[in-house]
Design a protein around this ligand. Sequence first.
Ligand code: IDP
Ligand code: MG
Length: 153
Amino acid sequence: MADTERTLIIVKPDGVQRGLVGEILGRLERRGLKLVALQFKQVERQLAEEHYAEHQGKPFYDGLVSYIMSGPVVVGVFEGVAAVATVRSSVGATNPAKAAPGTIRGDLGIEIGRNLIHASDEQPGSAKREVALWFGQGGQLDWSRDSDRWIRE
Ligand code: IDP
Ligand code: MG
């Protein structure tokens, strides 16, 4: 399946603290995306800074790094056709106040600094870089799902 992609998601500390892990993962699962990696963890500074390196120097950077380290997160990898764009569309706009109803951020959040979920963006290489950063080569599982033939042609 040449057009299958993998993309990283993180249920941020607010999503975990608010008991929304199942809700958030469930929405992505129900879209037909396939989970290939999942971990519950406390993020350390080095990983947080590397993950958010593109935002270094921006006014919200320090708060962003503190936020992602402020409690445990759930980090996972979803696989599917056009998985990066599909996940981003379910996640919604960065600012929950502007995110469309029906999206995770638009339904469950209210403020940009507490927007519940990270998802790899659509810039070339972003998803691959983030999956490698969080899971390395060994952390993902290749498995075949019986429902696949009902989800894609
Ligand atoms: P994204 O998460 O939709 O990809 P980015 O622009 O990559 O959005 O920003 C990364 C994260 O930084 C956002 O999810 C949000 O948590 C935080 N962030 C972005 N802009 C602001 C801001 O203006 N104030 C506070 N936090 C922000
Ligand atoms: Mg981003």
